[in-house]
Design a protein around this ligand. Structure first.
Ligand SMILES: [Ca+2]
Ligand SMILES: [Ca+2]
Length: 270
């Protein structure tokens, strides 16, 4: 789908102050991405900005550090503008999707975009500047966004999240070590169910997904983490054949509980 309805000025307006200031500074030469579909317009101590050419669609992005451990990334795909704001000091992460619903082309563009960003920035562990980590984390999160479902806005104070009982509710970003055995608890139309899983085990391939790497949040090669909420979403999706992300009537709540595990990128679970 080619975007023709959202004026570029809207996107620029939402991020305008920072870009305006940056444009006045002497911009250093940005590194050249290996993926020629990725264009970097600015990459410096405060901003990464550019666009990804996904054929019919373009993904435009700007990630900006407002200070050392806080920042905002804005991603525009098709008609949709998606904004993730994070502050590692307070632990706050906010995602504003403005009611966006992604079609298959837009979701596919975001998945390709995420891989190009990861190839450009390198392993998330090696990223030292906040806006770079924020861009890697946000693109990884958006790469798993569901198709044809209204994306939920969210606000989390990640460190303050605790499940109401072990393994239920949002466990914040609780790391689980690979090869350790953990209990994944999830609910659905058949009630509450607990399964024992070795973190990282291969849960097999089903029509609704590839469950190699149970507990892994993310699809890329370097930006993933292993967490309890991601394990529970994996187990739920595998059991109920969930394929609609947050819109799934069985595993949508588990999807939401795992969303902060993606977006709180500064806490690594490797
Ligand atoms: Ca969580
Ligand atoms: Ca559920």
């Amino acid at each position: 789908m080619t975007n023709t309805t959202t004026p570029r000025s809207l996107f620029v307006m939402s991020i305008g102050l920072g870009l305006g200031l940056a444009a006045c500074a002497e911009a250093p030469a940005a590194p050249v991405p290996s993926d020629e579909r990725l264009r970097i317009d600015q990459h410096d101590d405060r901003v990464v900005r550019g666009a990804y050419d996904a054929g019919e669609l373009a993904v435009e992005f700007v990630a900006e550090s407002s200070r050392e451990a806080a920042g905002t990334v804005t991603v525009r795909v098709g008609d949709d503008v998606l904004v993730l704001t994070a502050d590692a000091v307070t632990g706050e992460v906010a995602f504003d999707a403005a009611g966006a619903r992604l079609d298959a082309d837009e979701a596919g563009a975001l998945a390709s975009f995420a891989l190009a960003i990861e190839a450009y920035l390198g392993d998330a562990d090696d990223v030292s500047r906040f806006h770079e980590g924020l861009l890697a984390g946000a693109s990884n999160y958006l790469s798993v966004a569901p198709v044809d479902a209204t994306l939920p806005d969210s606000f989390h104070v990640v460190e303050g999240l605790k499940g109401t009982a072990p393994g239920t509710g949002n466990d914040g970003k609780t790391c689980v070590a690979r090869n350790s055995t953990r209990t994944a608890t999830f609910d659905g139309s058949q009630g509450t169910r607990s399964e024992s899983w070795v973190v990282g085990a291969n849960g097999g391939v089903q029509w609704n997904g590839d469950f190699a790497g149970m507990g892994r949040c993310g699809v890329g090669t370097g930006s993933y983490d292993w967490t309890l909420d991601c394990l529970e979403h994996d187990a739920c999706s595998r059991y109920y054949f969930s394929s609609t992300g947050v819109a799934d009537h069985n595993c949508g709540d588990e999807w939401s509980e795992a969303s902060d595990d993606y977006t709180a990128f500064w806490k690594r679970c490797r």
